[in-house]
Design a protein around this ligand. Structure first.
Ligand SMILES: *[C@@H]1O[C@H](CO)[C@@H](O)[C@H](O)[C@H]1NC(C)=O
Ligand SMILES: *[C@@H]1O[C@H](CO)[C@@H](O)[C@H](O)[C@H]1NC(C)=O
Ligand SMILES: *[C@@H]1O[C@H](CO)[C@@H](O)[C@H](O)[C@H]1NC(C)=O
Ligand SMILES: *[C@@H]1O[C@H](CO)[C@@H](O)[C@H](O)[C@H]1NC(C)=O
Ligand SMILES: *[C@@H]1O[C@H](CO)[C@@H](O)[C@H](O)[C@H]1NC(C)=O
Ligand SMILES: *[C@@H]1O[C@H](CO)[C@@H](O)[C@H](O)[C@H]1NC(C)=O
Length: 601
């Protein structure tokens, strides 16, 4: 087992004689990720903002809605839930709200001192460390990361016995993954000298627009290459139909507007002068000093917004990286980035229907309870019609750390055995994990992240395709290195290397599944555009989209795929490129109901 065991502590027989709030039992206990070492006790007076998650007893109902409304072949396809309907489905039982209130009151905390999410499934309260230690029967310490970062955490916490069923998790406690550990997944390419003559014959690709792709695309990927390869040449999306696309950023990754204009001038001239909406979350910045341009942010915004122009684009920058100095008396900023972003976006009345993220953590450094709850948050967005793409990672079956010197394919369960290391959030079944290909004809790129979750079981929509893949693995291959019953990663793929972007004024080539996620998201956004146009004739109240379980119908056959990876090692699904790369023309007919033929039949 990789994940924290929930330690059972046997209650003494006389427990009922002790006031029930005094009988604490361990709620969660973890082995800290290996890069962290414990320092001294946390200063008791420092404020810490506790986030308490109350159970969502009707979550399975939400999940059912999600799968029905995102399956193009279901009657309810596209009939997304409203924000209010989603909130109702994740509202805790009144008993849970009451019990948690009583517990907080017993520590002197009244309703005015805490805040609640609109669905009342989260409570946030700022308390001194000393009180948090009392409430959770624990001790907080300062922990130092090998890169010098420090945070305040504990490896175990307890809750009164009667609260175990009313509280799913409390953080920050055991969540060691922090902003700095959250890796982006791009890499720079060496300058590629190969050029191609302007009159070189095009590359034949039967599924591409016109059946061919410019020969230069084998060495340098541009917006035009992707439109050709993924069969979207000439498709003109609308700026005003209500469809939007978003890119998230963390780690002080800034999207430079001057670079974006240079990129547009070269690759998307009709977009020159257009701009994105910038949304700052938790103090996130977008510094426009040219030297501060972020490779990740520039890659994501240039390709996503270049491919989807004029669909209104948004760039979300989530801030909040400490630096935390344990002794200077400043509040500990121990917020968690996905929660900050999720808080914001779940409360947003009108979020973009397609949002791409190219940042992830090792799944094994994320406590299971937290991963599940964050994943549920992604499902809440999905039920409202928001498609989320995440890059699958750049470490193959490893941890996304492309530096072999620091790569860690070792379990963090105390046994330190060799084990594949999938990434979270791509391991969440409610998001679309995007792996990578290279060259034309496309072939899996060696770094493409993939594998099987150790936290999330395989969702029904993957049963057929993933079982097919597992059945083809020679018996015993990689046995013990992965969880064959886990959610398979990735779902789909797109080109992921040799992308030409502008960075700090210069054109460069860059790669990573970081390139694949916004690329795939762009075609999803174009599909939404097509859906909006088709559906508006009927009713304007639907917010169509392509959420993960559309894969239910896209994986029915192992012979014909979402698109065809000409040179893939395996047909059907595989743990490097998922179901394959998009064929916009074909998918458009499916999502707009023009094609009633399931892919592969
Ligand atoms: C939640 O589930 C319970 C039990 O299945 C049901 O009675 C209740 O109506 C559900 N609530 C919502 C908001 O769907
Ligand atoms: C192929 O791309 C090259 C470089 O971008 C360009 O010069 C050439 O005109 C293109 N050829 C065709 C047939 O579009
Ligand atoms: C594209 O480049 C790759 C790698 O050099 C090569 O194997 C492949 O044959 C090239 N494709 C074409 C159509 O030339
Ligand atoms: C683009 O948008 C940003 C943020 O929304 C704004 O600060 C900036 O002035 C805009 N730039 C241009 C060239 O319109
Ligand atoms: C942007 O970055 C530059 C260079 O690091 C710095 O001097 C400047 O203060 C920053 N601007 C803002 C608004 O943070
Ligand atoms: C785990 O095992 C690897 C390989 O034997 C070793 O390099 C590493 O130091 C070990 N880590 C710990 C925390 O024991």
């Amino acid at each position: 087992m990789i994940f924290p065991l929930l330690l059972a502590v046997f209650l003494p027989a006389f427990a009922s004689a002790v006031p029930r709030e005094l009988v604490a039992r361990v709620k969660e206990s973890i082995i800290p990720p290996r890069e962290w070492t414990r320092q001294g006790r946390a200063p008791p007076h420092l404020p810490i903002e506790l986030r308490i998650a109350l159970p969502q007893p009707n979550f399975s109902e939400l999940e059912r809605h999600l799968y029905e409304i995102s399956d193009p072949f279901h009657d309810r396809y596209g009939q997304h839930l409203s924000q209010e309907e989603v909130n109702e489905l994740v509202t805790p039982h009144p008993d849970s709200i009451e019990q948690v209130n009583e517990w907080l009151a017993s520590h002197g905390l009244s309703e005015e001192e805490f805040s609640r999410s609109p669905a009342r499934d989260w409570v946030k309260v700022k308390v001194p460390i000393s009180l948090a230690e009392k409430m959770l029967d624990t001790e907080y310490h300062v922990w130092a990361h090998s890169d010098g970062d420090t945070i305040i955490r504990t490896t175990t916490y307890s809750l009164p016995e009667h609260l175990h069923e009313h509280i799913e998790l409390v953080q920050p406690t055991t969540l060691f993954a922090n902003l700095r550990a959250m890796r982006t997944t791009f890499k720079f390419d060496k300058e590629v000298s190969t050029t191609v003559a302007a009159n070189a014959p095009p590359i034949n690709v039967p599924t591409a627009s016109g059946g061919h792709v410019n020969a230069s695309c084998n060495f340098t990927v541009t917006v035009t290459c992707l439109q050709e390869l993924y069969n979207a040449v000439g498709y003109v999306p609308s700026a005003t139909i209500g469809n939007q696309i978003g890119i998230t950023a963390y780690l002080e990754q800034y999207a430079n507007i001057q670079d974006l204009q240079s990129f547009f001038a070269e690759q998307r001239p009709d977009a020159v002068g257009s701009n994105f909406t910038f949304i700052s979350i938790n103090g996130g910045l977008n510094n426009q000093t040219l030297d501060e341009a972020g490779a990740e942010a520039n890659l994501d915004t240039q390709f996503a917004f270049g491919l989807t122009h004029p669909i209104p684009p948004t760039f979300f920058s989530t801030g909040g990286r400490p630096p935390f100095i344990p002794d200077d008396g400043t509040p500990t900023d121990t917020n968690e980035p996905y929660l900050d972003w999720l808080d914001f976006i779940l409360n947003h009345p009108n979020p973009p229907q397609t949002i791409s993220t190219s940042y992830a953590d090792d799944e094994q450094t994320v406590p299971k309870s937290f991963a599940q709850r964050a994943c549920n948050g992604f499902a809440q967005l999905g039920a409202r019609g928001v498609s989320l793409t995440f890059s699958s990672g750049d470490g193959g079956v490893g941890d996304g750390d492309s530096d072999p010197a620091t790569q860690t394919c070792f379990s963090n369960d105390g046994r330190n055995v060799t084990r594949f290391a999938p990434l979270f959030p791509p391991s969440c079944p409610f998001v679309t994990a995007v792996g990578g290909t290279i060259f034309i004809p496309e072939t899996a790129v060696p770094f493409s992240g993939g594998g099987f979750s150790n936290v999330f079981p395989r969702p029904a929509y993957q049963d057929q395709a993933v079982s097919g893949f597992l059945g083809k693995l020679p018996k015993g291959t990689y046995a013990g290195l992965f969880n064959p019953n886990g959610r398979g990663i990735p779902d789909v793929a797109a080109l992921a290397d040799l992308f030409r972007i502008f960075l700090s004024g210069e054109p460069i080539l860059i790669g990573g599944t970081s390139a694949a996620a916004p690329t795939f998201a762009s075609f999803v956004s174009l599909l939404n555009d097509a859906r909006f146009k088709a559906i508006f004739r009927v009713s304007a109240s639907l917010t169509p989209c392509f959420t993960p379980s559309a894969k239910i119908s896209l994986q029915v056959s192992t012979t014909s795929r979402l698109a065809i990876i000409q040179d893939a090692a395996t047909k059907g699904w595989d743990a490097v490129t998922g179901l394959g790369t998009p064929n916009f023309g074909k998918l458009k007919d499916i999502v707009t109901g023009k094609s009633t033929i399931k892919i592969g039949t």
